[in-house]
Each structure stands twice: as structure tokens, then as C-alpha cells.
Design a protein around this ligand. Structure first.
Ligand SMILES: [Zn+2]
Length: 315
């Protein structure tokens, strides 16, 4: 073989080797399941100030500032009584209230009829209660409450309005005859200390979203990753423009399109977004795949330490 032949053979070998490497890197192989690296890393978030006196665990409005509207039919007297009840609650607790006729969180009616349950998993406790709630794993978020003040107030203090407002805040009756939450009203009844403490504890946390990767299934085929991920918002407020990043051995995976993140859009309180991705190229050698919801911390959350899951190749 002359020198030209040797050069050609080397070129040939380089080309074949390069092609082989290219195919090795890019062709799908046998799918391998990925498994959660440390199951304990799936954090158990705790909100420890739950009380047994509420209809559901950790019931609260998204914020400590709550809007309300009083229907005109109520007239001035009942209007003043209700506002006096709000004033007392504001004085005793961290809660604040403001009137908002457009999108009130609490609606006060005064018709003779009991409030009608509507169709969103509503329930009614007596003449006042949360009327629209969303259960996340951390909170029962009250989106709306209704009160019907159809009885005349017989006490000096607005005891009926206070009693119903406490129902709206998620509190059930108790068996203390001296309590404002005793089923039968009496003018001497007072707001129990535990109610004030519970309200202040519940609302000591600022209302924020909380994103969490609730489920992940992934397989690796050669250089490619297929996955289905579920991201839940278990917080108190909606999360906007949520992104998801995928990492292979610690390096951010750039999509074939050049994008860096998957766009999960807005995730409302209590909602879960499911993202299905096929054939994301991560490289054949990748052994650890990480998923991070909100990688740039655009969303201010209750907990920032439950947004990541790390997977490794299964057996
Ligand atoms: Zn009641």
C-alpha cells in the first residue's frame, strides 16, 4: 500500500468511526427506567398550626386582608352590625377587611331564604360558611364565603354576625355555652381565646403559591429522555408563568429547538399541570436526570425546597 492508500484508509476509518459514534450517540437504545434518587428527598411539607375546630384542616382565605360586599337589601342596621363584627375581628386578630362590590370574597345577604348551595363542592354551615373552597395538601383555601343575616340582632354586640363570620373563616360550632360559636346564641357569649390564636397562627403565613413536583415518570432510551411530570400548586395563590428545567448530570438540557425551559403556564391554586415530553436529547452517557420547577425562582413560594427531583438510572 502506498502513502496515498494509507491516508485514504485513515480517512475512511475516521469517517466510519465518526458515523458510528454519531449513531451511537443519537439512535435510541433499549428504554431504561429512571428512578427517584433519594425518596426522602420528596419533602414532606408541614404546616403545623392546624386546629381541630375547623371544618377542614388549615382553612383560610389566601390573604389576611379579605374583601366583602353587603347586599343592599340588608339595610343600614344590619350593615352597621356586620361592619362592627369586622371591626371586632380586626381588633382581636391579624385580619383586615375591605369593601369590594366587584369581586368580594365574602358576600353578605339578608334575604329570608337560607343560602342555596351551588355546584362547586359547596357546603353551608348554618347561615354562614365558606361557599367555595379548594383543598390543596397544605390548606383548604377559602375562595368565597357567604353569610345570610336574616335574623334580627337581639344583643348589643353583633353576635349573629360574629358567629357567622367565624363560620365563614372555617370554624365549626363548639360545646362551650359561653362561646360565640355555641350553636345557640346568647348575648353574653365571647370569642374564645383559641379562635383568636388559631386565626393568628393560620394567617401568620403570607399568602403565596407553592409549587411541588408531585409525580415523575421517566425512561431513557440511548441518548433520549421520555418523561411525564406533574407539578402541583399546593399553596394559597395562583402561580404564573411556571417553567421547568431538565438537567443531565447537573448540566441544563437545551432543547432541540434551542429553548432552555419547558413552559408550564399558569398553575391555579390546587391545580396540577402535566407535561409529557418525548425524545428530549440528553446524551447517551447521562446518568442523573434532575427536574426543577421554577428554576429561576420567578415564583415567590411558601416553600422553595420542594421544587426538585433527581432521578438515576434504574437496575
Ligand atoms: Zn352556627
Amino acid at each position: 500500500m502506498n502513502a496515498f492508500g494509507v491516508v485514504m484508509l485513515m480517512v475512511f476509518l475516521v469517517v466510519v468511526g465518526g458515523l458510528g459514534y454519531f449513531f451511537y450517540q443519537n439512535l435510541p437504545g433499549e428504554p431504561v427506567d429512571l428512578v427517584v434518587d433519594e425518596p426522602s428527598a420528596t419533602l414532606q411539607d408541614k404546616v403545623s398550626y392546624s386546629t381541630s375546630s375547623q371544618f377542614y384542616k388549615n382553612m383560610r382565605f389566601p390573604d389576611n386582608t379579605i374583601s366583602y360586599a353587603i347586599e343592599e337589601i340588608c339595610g343600614n342596621k344590619k350593615r352597621e352590625q356586620f361592619q362592627e363584627a369586622l371591626r371586632i375581628l380586626k381588633e382581636e386578630t391579624v385580619l383586615e377587611f375591605y369593601e369590594d362590590s366587584v369581586e368580594p370574597e365574602i358576600i353578605v345577604t339578608c334575604s329570608d331564604l337560607m343560602p342555596e348551595p351551588e355546584n362547586k363542592g359547596y357546603f353551608i354551615a348554618g347561615e354562614g360558611g365558606p361557599s367555595e373552597i379548594i383543598n390543596t395538601s397544605l390548606y383548604a383555601v377559602i375562595l368565597q364565603g357567604k353569610i345570610s343575616l336574616f335574623r334580627e340582632e337581639k344583643c348589643e354586640k353583633p353576635n349573629i354576625a360574629l358567629h357567622e363570620m367565624l363560620h365563614v373563616l372555617g370554624f365549626d360550632h363548639n360545646d362551650n355555652p359561653d362561646s360565640i360559636l355555641f350553636p345557640t346564641l346568647d348575648c353574653e357569649q365571647q370569642i374564645d381565646r383559641y379562635l383568636i390564636d388559631d386565626i393568628n397562627n393560620l394567617y401568620s403565613v403570607t399568602g403565596k403559591p407553592d409549587l411541588k413536583i408531585s409525580e415523575i415518570k421517566a425512561t431513557k432510551s440511548g441518548a433520549y429522555l421520555n418523561f411525564e411530570i406533574k407539578v402541583v400548586n399546593q399553596g394559597l395563590k395562583n402561580a404564573e408563568s411556571v417553567e421547568l428545567a431538565v438537567y443531565a448530570d447537573g448540566e441544563l438540557v437545551i432543547h432541540n429547538s434551542g429553548k432552555k425551559f419547558f413552559d408550564l403556564g399558569n398553575i391555579a391554586v390546587g391545580s396540577t399541570k402535566i407535561l409529557n415530553v418525548e425524545n428530549l436529547k440528553i446524551g447517551r452517557g447521562a446518568e442523573e436526570i434532575g427536574f426543577t420547577a421554577d428554576p429561576n425562582n420567578n415564583v415567590d413560594e411558601l416553600f422553595e425546597n420542594n421544587n426538585e427531583v433527581e432521578l438515576v438510572l434504574g437496575e
